[in-house]
Design a protein around this ligand. Structure first.
Ligand SMILES: [Zn+2]
Length: 398
């Protein structure tokens, strides 16, 4: 199956976004630009400066265009540019309407009576006819490695509790990630409880925190991006299934590409701002393309004539999880939107198939079902014997 954009033969003229991505050539990037010393990179490595890694970059773009893809998991050894690539998205992120209130109130929050269900502050602002939202760029929120469950889901604000003697619930990282990207590096090393909380929130688009008599429900509609090095521990299979797209990230195979990656990393390390400036035009054009693709997405349709054979293929592969077709079809819709089209083609499905379908089959489930089947046959065989014995017994009766 082709997994490069250059294999695609779209019916129309490819969008500038896909053209730009294809133009960066095949191959893969050598290593991350600098050792991470816990300092935030002020100038992220430019997305179009990365050599190769077309599939990873395509998957990340598709998930920004269509969050319904269900997140991306990057699997590969250290130094293959996973974190660099995720951080490079910062320059491409589109604008969304976000709450300006610390409690995250939105004008669409209505109670059962259709009245605004917002905090007192926002109610007053709405009454005065003021906006409680503003257009803001989608942000990349990184989950700190040492995050506790309390930090992730939020909890009682201890400062207010001590100083003012009242209990107030505070939003956690998940609520702050609403409408943004949430990046978890080394997701396989994170506590199970925290991973489960994040995945549940991601699936529902919201979550509820209870502390004694108090409860708060927060929106958490975010694109989850995880990365992991399989050498450092495996991921529970049920977690693997919950990432829409799965990318296997390898080092650059082509020597010339490795050299080019080395040169770019050196140029970036020497003068990050000058290096970024070389890509400024491409980045701002791509950002507009992504914004346009997001708007186009609602009108992109998937014809039955190609959806049906796709479902048949999933069944033939023995994939049980419904998430397979959700991720596959939504990624194909995003791909068509990025390509300025309103109808998904078989070509779109072909390109995104590997990222949506790989690592979906579970050896455990295969064995489980096989054992189950063997057991059933055993039971049937035993029942048959039992039946014969009974018949014999009856025959022997006088
Ligand atoms: Zn508010």
């Amino acid at each position: 199956m082709p997994n490069s954009l250059t294999d695609h033969d779209p019916s129309g003229v490819p969008s500038r976004l896909l053209e730009m991505l294809s133009a960066t050539g095949a191959g893969r990037i050598l290593r991350e630009p600098a050792p991470d010393l816990g300092l935030a990179e002020q100038v992220p490595f430019p997305f179009f400066g990365i050599v190769g890694q077309i599939e990873m970059r395509t998957a990340l773009l598709l998930s920004i265009i269509n969050p319904a893809v269900g997140g991306v998991l990057l699997i590969g050894p250290r130094g293959t540019g996973k974190t660099t690539c995720v951080r490079s998205l910062t320059d491409l992120l589109p604008y969304v309407e976000t709450s300006t209130c610390p409690e995250g109130c939105l004008p669409t929050d209505l109670d059962a009576e259709g009245e605004p269900d917002v905090c007192a502050d926002c109610r007053a602002r709405l009454a005065r006819g003021e906006a409680i939202t503003a257009l803001d760029a989608v942000k990349l929120v990184e989950l700190p490695l040492n995050a506790r469950l309390e930090d992730v889901v939020g909890g009682v604000n201890e400062r207010i509790a001590i100083q003012q003697g009242r209990v107030r619930l505070e939003r956690g990282i998940l609520a702050r990630a609403d409408q943004n990207l949430l990046y978890i590096d080394e997701v396989n090393l994170l506590d199970d409880v925290i991973v489960d909380a994040i995945l549940d929130a991601a699936a529902q688009g919201s979550y509820t925190v209870r502390r004694g008599a108090m409860a708060g429900t927060y929106r958490a509609r975010f694109v989850l991006i995880g990365s992991m090095n399989p050498e450092e521990g495996r991921l529970r299979p049920q977690i693997l299934d919950r990432f829409g797209l799965r990318l296997i990230v390898r080092g650059l195979a082509d020597g010339i590409n490795r050299l080019e990656a080395y040169r770019r990393v050196r140029a970036y390390q020497t003068n990050p701002r000058a290096f970024l400036a070389q890509y400024a035009d491409e980045l701002s054009a791509a950002r507009e393309e992504i914004q346009a693709a997001r708007q186009r997405l609602n009108s992109v349709t998937l014809p039955d004539s190609i959806a049906k054979p796709a479902i048949a293929l999933i069944q033939k592969m023995g994939i049980d999880s419904l998430r397979a077709e959700i991720a596959w079809f939504e990624a194909a819709r995003a791909y068509a939107a990025a390509d300025s089209r309103e109808t998904v083609t078989a070509g779109d499905l072909r390109i995104v198939a590997p990222m949506a379908l790989r690592l979906r089959r579970s050896r455990f489930m295969d064995e489980y079902f096989n054992n189950q089947q063997n057991e059933e046959q055993e039971v049937i065989a035993l029942l048959a014997k039992l039946g014969k014995k009974n018949i014999r017994k009856k025959k022997n009766q006088p």
